[in-house]
Write a protein that binds this ligand. Structure first.
Ligand code: GLN
Length: 334
């Protein structure tokens, strides 16, 4: 549970964002509120990630009208990690459609850690959802392309379209994870044994590791999230990236599984589809209104950024983004 949330007034999610100046002030408030999160630790199971400055912190909000609010270290680049899963899933849905992807990958929470092998075994080899590593590697394998190189190119181009600029690979993070990702290779082999993956499993892990190593900033995450909030059109470039239906499907999956085994708590506190990554990024999507991107490398035990959760929780309340928060249409006696 997030301590101190009750002191932030909950605005209903019906209606529009507050005016520009007020959003600016509230993004600042959220940044300062989140500074109270001094706990957590930088991820070190991928050795290159351990070098991050633990005190970096940035918060960005991209409105669906193209406006951007940003405070703190919003231009610092870090690897997107698991947040890439949301966008690769969207790209795969765009190619294969709702039913196929639902049947092959699934949309239910595992209740277990993102790299759980037990989750696969408990579910007859089914990857369960695209936000845990098993489902994400299976989704990467489904990307269009006849070679791993073509699939990688489709991912890099697709994620760059979500961000509205060309995203580059962090070669050091990619190499570091490649040298230490035995578990992901095991997951892919296990999927292969259950015939849940059609391409070479180790090729799929390699492309997955590359997609996780794409460099983004908090501002990029806000714009990528805003594209999902804007029916699939990037509000900065004006370019359509995926269909509105694909956005809807992606947000539903993020709501159930975006924060892994903590997805229920996240939805209860924050009430928005969101996705975290182990380098310290979090994005959250307020359909029809805005995208939020945060960066703060210190993580809680489930691998979710401590300050990113606090800042997003504050914004969800103060900006009236929680999709479950309504007001009475007619006040009693009114
Ligand atoms: N690349 C990381 C992994 O597969 C991503 C995990 C994450 O961000 N939760 O382990």
């Amino acid at each position: 549970m997030i301590v101190g949330l009750e002191e932030i007034g909950q605005r209903a999610s019906t209606g529009a964002l507050p005016g520009w100046d007020q959003v600016d002030v509230l993004v600042d408030d959220a940044y300062r509120f989140a500074l109270r999160g001094t706990g957590g630790a930088v991820a070190d199971y991928i050795p290159a990630l351990a070098q991050a400055d633990p005190d970096l912190f940035g918060v960005a909000v991209a409105q669906v009208d193209g406006g951007l609010h940003a405070v703190g270290d919003v231009d610092v680049a870090f690897s997107i990690q698991s947040i890439s899963k949301a966008f690769v899933y969207a790209l795969v849905c765009q190619n294969f459609g709702h039913e196929q992807v639902m049947a092959r990958i699934g949309v239910n929470n595992t209740g277990l850690a993102f790299d759980s092998v037990i989750a696969i075994e408990l579910n007859d080899g089914h990857p369960m959802n695209p936000m845990v590593n098993a489902g994400a590697i299976a989704a990467t394998a489904l990307m269009p392309g006849s070679t791993p190189g073509e699939r990688w190119e489709a991912i890099q181009t697709g994620l760059s379209a979500f961000a509205g600029r060309a995203l580059a690979l962090d070669d050091e993070v990619y190499r570091s994870e490649t040298a230490t990702n035995q578990r992901n290779r095991a997951i892919a082999r296990l999927l292969e044994s259950y015939r849940r993956i059609d391409t070479d499993p180790l090729d799929a892990v390699d492309v997955y590791t590359r997609q996780c190593s794409l460099l983004v900033t908090a501002k990029d995450l806000a714009v990528m999230a805003a594209t999902l909030a804007d029916g699939g059109v990037n509000p900065v470039t004006g370019r359509r990236v995926v269909s509105a239906t694909v956005c809807r499907d992606t947000l539903a999956v993020l709501a159930t599984s975006g924060l892994y085994e903590r997805s229920g708590e996240w939805l209860f506190d924050i009430g928005l589809p969101g996705k975290s990554g182990v380098a310290g990024g979090i994005m959250a999507v307020s359909p029809g209104k805005a995208g939020i991107g945060t960066y703060a490398p210190r993580l809680d035990p489930a691998g979710n950024s401590v300050r990113g959760q606090l800042a997003t929780a504050h914004l969800s309340r103060a900006l009236g983004l929680n999709i479950f928060a309504s007001d009475a249409a007619v006040s009693p006696g009114g």
